[in-house]
Structure formats: structure tokens, C-alpha cells
Design a protein around this ligand. Structure first.
Ligand code: FA5
Length: 345
């Protein structure tokens, strides 16, 4: 065919390419037009028969036709690929609603079990269960909690900073969720937050660079006092250890975001090497920090005085270890299958 004939047919070929519904059809058309003995290829071979004057234009017209066809084939190929990918995905969809038969594999880690238990307990009592980001910034982790830059209390939180993002760090405690919650909800809060926290602490039997905390915060415009805090902590400890008669005490301590601040101990005794939480105990054990919300924290959260609140924060791994007689925190993060099976559920 000469260029004129090819140009007349171009529209027809392009339409045919567009109509193809499979790679096989498309390949066939490609071969008919651009293959070794394809119509366009053969037309190129006739270039030697054209006079020198016409050669340039002849070649240009053929090239234009050829590249129109090539572009069209390429576009169609992409379209077919996308379609086949979607079909594949459709067929590969897993029905995750199907129940698992005889689930003999895996179980819930003891930390997950504890988190779920605590969460359900507080949900049932009408508390909100809230979360915050693990990558925090200075404001939420320190400033708003009454620990401005260069405050010595920052020293006790040996922190992991992120170089790439200014003022960002891995949160050292869940108390940042207090700030996020008060900024959001004002002076009407009953919440707990359970999550991962990070400190640049060397790994040993009782310290891990990553551990979980449980934070509780109650804020109201109506007076709240230390009695409320003590009552809530009693309830929490008694629920967690599944012991009705417990004894707790407060020891004065300092947390910049509380006034007053205290450390919480509960009574225990040892029996056959096991630690038993009981009001009949003869020793005291520290379980976490607590206090009344500091006025500066209310200020940072735009809450007008008078407002009242208490908060406490406990280390989840330490509580689990006490309850289950686990002596080394590292066991919780090792992947020893026998251990996981024993404590898993
Ligand atoms: C705090 O983190 C305060 N935010 C708690 C608080 C909340 C006080 C609300 C007042 C009001 P502290 O640094 O003491 O406090 O940590 C709380 C608990 O986290 C400790 O009692 C301990 O059980 C646990 N903990 C701290 N560091 C580690 C660690 N490296 N590994 C495991 N557990 C840890």
C-alpha cells in the first residue's frame, strides 16, 4: 500500500486496536501491521521504488502512521494490564469473615490480654479509651506538662529524638494523651489511655527501652480531690490483681504536671517465692505515679480555673510481671515459643 492508502486505513486499524479485549488479539494486530511481513513494514520496503524527490515526504508519512499505531498499541496494552490486575485482585480477595477452624496456631500475647482486660473494664464503667501518637513533639510530651525546655525533670526521661523532624521524639510517657484530651474535650474528661512509650534506658530485668503505660485522667469543673484519686487507684489495683482486699498508700513525690504529686505503693507479702498482693502484706511495692492535675497544665490546655482533676500512670509490664510471677521484663519481648505458649491465650 502507498502512504495515501495507509492513511485512509489508519482510522480503521486504530478502531480495531481499541476493540481488542485480550493480549492475544492485540499481539495479532500488532504482528499484522508492524511484524516482519506486516502491512506497514512492507510499505517501508517500497521506499526504494520512490523517486529521490518524494523519498523524504514518503518516509515522513510512513513514520507518522507507524508511530500512531505504536502509541495506540501501547495505550491499549496498559489498559489491558490494568484490567487484568483488577480482575486478579477481585479473584484473590480473602473473605476474612470466614471463621477459623480449629485455630491451633498462635494466641494473644500476655500484654495484649492485659490491655484488652483493662480497656474492657474501663469501657464498662463509662470511661473513654483514647490513644495518642507514639511520635510526639516537645509540646505534648514536655512543655504542656509543665516541663519547659531545660527543666531538670526532663533529665529523668532519657528520650529518643528524631533528627529529621524538628522537636519530635518518641513519647516517654502516656501523659501526653492527657494534654491532647483536655485540648479536645475541655474540663469534662474520664479517660484511660494504654500504649507504647520509649526511654533510652538500658535493657535489664526491670527496664526496657520500650514499655507500655496505662494512664488515667479525670477532670471536672466540680471539685475532685485526692480521695477520688485514691479510690480510683484502689479500684484499679484490686481489679488488675483480682484481689478484693488490698492496701495502697501514697508517698509524696514530684511530677511537674501534678500538684501534689505522689508515688503509689501497694502492700504485698511473699509466699514460696511468689509475690502476693494483699492488705495483710508486710512490704510495700511501688506501682506508678499519680497526682492532682497542676494548674499550669490546665492553663496550657486552655481550661479556665476553677477546674479539678486527678491522673495516674502505671507501667504495664511491671504490673504483669508482678501478677504472673515473671522475673525478667526481657521475657515479654523474647520470641521463645514455649514461653509464648505458656502465657498466651
Ligand atoms: C511517669 O511516666 C508519669 N507520666 C506517671 C504519672 C502519670 C504521674 C500521671 C502522675 C500523673 P514514671 O517515670 O515514674 O512516671 O513512670 C511510670 C511507670 O512506668 C513506672 O512506675 C514504671 O512502672 C514504668 N517504667 C518507667 N520506665 C520503665 C522502663 N524503662 N521499663 C519498664 N517500665 C518502666
Amino acid at each position: 500500500m502507498n502512504p495515501q492508502e495507509l492513511e485512509n486505513n489508519l482510522d480503521y486499524w486504530l478502531k480495531n486496536i481499541n476493540k481488542t479485549t485480550s493480549f492475544k488479539e492485540l499481539e495479532q494486530l500488532k504482528s499484522d501491521l508492524l511484524g516482519k511481513s506486516g502491512t506497514i513494514t512492507l510499505a517501508f520496503k517500497t521506499i526504494s521504488e520512490v523517486s529521490v524527490d518524494e523519498k523524504k515526504l514518503f518516509g515522513e508519512r510512513l513514520n507518522k502512521i507507524k508511530s500512531s499505531i505504536e502509541d495506540f498499541i501501547l495505550t491499549k496494552k496498559k489498559e489491558l494490564e490494568e484490567y487484568s490486575m483488577l480482575e486478579k485482585l477481585k479473584n484473590e480477595t480473602l473473605d476474612i469473615t470466614l471463621p477459623i477452624k480449629n485455630n491451633k496456631f498462635g494466641g494473644l500475647h500476655i500484654i495484649t490480654q492485659a490491655i484488652r482486660r483493662i480497656r474492657n473494664h474501663y469501657l464498662a464503667r463509662g470511661f473513654s479509651v483514647l490513644d495518642g501518637p507514639e511520635i510526639e513533639n516537645d509540646f505534648f510530651n514536655f512543655d504542656a506538662l509543665n516541663m519547659p525546655k531545660h527543666h531538670p525533670a526532663r533529665q529523668s526521661h532519657d528520650t529518643f529524638y528524631l533528627k529529621e523532624i524538628e522537636d519530635s521524639l518518641l513519647r516517654t510517657h502516656t501523659s501526653c494523651v492527657q494534654i491532647r484530651t483536655m485540648l479536645n474535650k475541655g474540663a469534662n474528661v474520664r479517660m484511660i489511655s494504654i500504649g507504647k512509650t520509649y526511654r533510652n534506658d538500658a535493657l535489664d530485668a526491670t527496664h526496657s527501652p520500650m514499655f507500655h503505660q496505662v494512664e488515667c485522667l479525670v477532670v471536672d469543673k466540680k471539685p475532685i480531690n485526692i480521695g477520688h484519686l485514691k479510690s480510683e487507684l484502689r479500684r484499679f489495683v484490686s481489679f488488675f490483681f483480682e484481689v478484693e482486699d488490698i492496701a495502697i498508700r501514697f508517698r509524696p513525690s514530684f511530677f511537674p504536671f501534678t500538684e501534689p504529686g505522689m508515688e503509689v505503693d501497694c502492700k504485698y507479702f511473699k509466699k514460696e517465692g511468689k509475690l502476693i498482693i494483699s492488705k495483710d502484706g508486710d512490704k510495700w511495692l511501688e506501682i506508678g505515679g499519680a497526682g492532682m492535675v497542676h494548674p499550669n497544665v490546665f492553663k496550657a490546655c486552655n481550661i479556665e480555673q476553677p477546674a479539678y482533676g486527678f491522673a495516674f500512670g502505671v507501667g504495664l509490664e511491671r504490673l504483669i510481671m508482678l501478677k504472673s510471677g515473671i522475673k525478667d521484663i526481657r521475657n515479654l519481648f523474647d520470641t521463645d515459643n514455649r514461653w509464648l505458649k505458656y502465657y498466651g491465650q
